[in-house]
Design a protein around this ligand. Structure first.
Ligand SMILES: *Cc1c(COP(=O)(O)O)cnc(C)c1O
Length: 445
């Protein structure tokens, strides 16, 4: 179905779409189009809640990363959001893939993603994860603990060699919330530089004939808007590369700095500037290596959120409006089952009314979900017209990352569909979860 929206393209000057996909445009009667498709039409055709993914925005973000790191590798972190179309777009745009389970890995490979461009990481890889990675021939496996070294080596068939990186904890605190700070010594990921476990693990891996140590890996955390922690990580890891050469006579050719680049969820919030990030990291790496007399290793980055977050928009219908305790609660037909981030990290969004122009003054409301938890809050202190009412359509921008990939079947509401919009067309990528899906899995009595 083609949705003709050309007549809607005159932008409304008062609408702040700064955190929306670049293709987003306001139109008369409170309409917003994304990828040339009116959101009210998406809601009508596919129902709500629904997730809209702007294919052009995903592809543009992939291209921006490729342009920013022309002589490095960009791996999309599949855990941010994954489906077959997403794997296909990322592949076509020349990115690699970062996965952390057999499930993410198999889905990518059955879609045709080249396994040699896939990296598997994770703090606790199951025997199935490792067996699947070796069977499918992933390019890199990131070793996360000392115990994993012999376990992985034992899985590698005689005569083969698996390329591996070691995940290093550089001892750097960065990220918007404790739950996503992974560069410090007091959390579960990686091998500490400070207590010597990183150095010990390097020696152990180098002793394994079935493992080929190609480099070091780190991932500082998520939603990091400053370049500084990355520069500190470069300095510490270059120091370690130099130590490896001194102690073992080995020059490791790769350095993976992970992801974590911030995006703005609400207008005015800080986002990572990709051009600055790439220029400063590459300069720091070049200088550090020159000073240590090391060749510059091939750089890898692993953005997840920054590729897909701003490309997604969540659509909900208002089910009820309740004024109580001095607050107005606007309850929608989704919530923490499709977006657990507010409950997990206290993050807040900027929903807006779509498809109706109200002349009422805005009032500050709390947008809540339909789930049986008082903490099921999508956004607080949101300005919405005073006449907001059941049946209204709300859109939440920057909904592409860590919503559906963390979605649950709580209350058996059913996970929403994913609709791609591109060049004036909408198409279903992932269908809505139905009662039949729940019944099919529930096989005992
Ligand atoms: C989660 C994760 C990423 C992606 O993080 P974003 O914040 O989405 O960019 C990259 N690498 C590793 C190892 C991760 O765990």
């Amino acid at each position: 179905m083609t949705l003709v929206t050309e007549h809607l393209e005159t932008a409304y000057p008062d609408a702040d779409l700064s955190v929306w996909p670049a293709s987003a445009s306001s139109a008369p009667h409170g309409e917003v189009t994304v990828g040339g498709v009116a959101l009210t039409e998406v809601a009508e055709r596919f129902g709500t809640p629904a997730y809209v993914l702007d294919e052009g925005e995903v592809r543009d973000r992939c291209r921006a990363y490729r342009a920013a790191f022309p002589d490095g590798d960009v791996l999309y972190a599949a855990k941010a959001f994954m489906c077959r179309a997403m794997a296909h777009w990322v592949d076509e745009e020349g990115l690699g893939l970062d996965v952390c389970s057999a499930g993410e890995l198999e889905l990518a490979v059955v879609t045709g993603f080249p396994p040699e461009r896939i990296l598997l990481h994770g703090n606790a890889k199951s025997p199935e994860d490792l067996a699947t990675a070796l069977r499918l021939g992933v390019g890199r496996i990131v070793i996360d603990s000392t115990g994993e070294i012999a376990r992985l080596a034992a899985h590698v068939p005689p005569g083969d060699r698996q390329k591996v990186l070691l995940r290093i904890v550089p001892g750097i605190a960065a990220g918007h919330h404790n739950a996503v700070r992974t560069g410090t010594d007091d959390q579960k990921f990686g091998l500490s530089l400070a207590d010597g476990s990183a150095q010990h693990a390097i020696a152990r891996v180098l002793e394994q004939p079935r493992l080929e140590l190609v480099g070091l890996h780190c991932h500082l955390g998520s939603q990091i808007s400053s370049v500084k922690p990355y520069l500190s990580a470069v300095r510490r890891l270059v120091g370690l590369l130099a130590a490896v050469r001194r102690q073992h006579g080995v020059t490791l050719p790769e350095l993976d700095l992970g992801g974590g680049h911030a995006v703005a969820y609400r207008p005015g919030e800080a986002a990572m500037d990709l051009t600055t990030l790439s220029a400063r990291i590459r300069a720091e790496l070049a200088e550090g290596c020159a000073a240590a007399g090391l060749p510059v290793p091939r750089l890898t980055v692993e953005p997840g959120r920054a590729i897909v977050g701003p490309a997604g928009v969540a659509l909900y219908h208002v089910l009820s409006v309740k004024r109580t305790g001095g607050q107005t609660f606007v309850a929608v037909d989704g919530g923490m089952s499709d977006n657990p981030r507010p409950a997990l990290y206290g993050v807040r969004y900027a929903p807006r009314l779509i498809g109706r122009h109200s002349t009422e003054e805005p009032v500050l409301v709390t947008v809540v979900g339909r789930h049986c938890e008082a903490g099921d809050i999508l956004a607080s202190a949101v300005p919405l017209p005073a006449d907001v009412r059941p049946g209204d359509l709300l859109a939440v921008p920057v909904a592409g990352a860590y919503h559906l990939s963390m979605a649950s079947t709580y209350n058996l509401v059913g996970r929403p569909p994913v609709v791609a919009v591109h060049e004036g067309r909408a198409r279903l990528l992932v269908r809505r979860e139905s009662l039949a899906d729940f019944r099919n899995r529930d096989i005992g009595l």
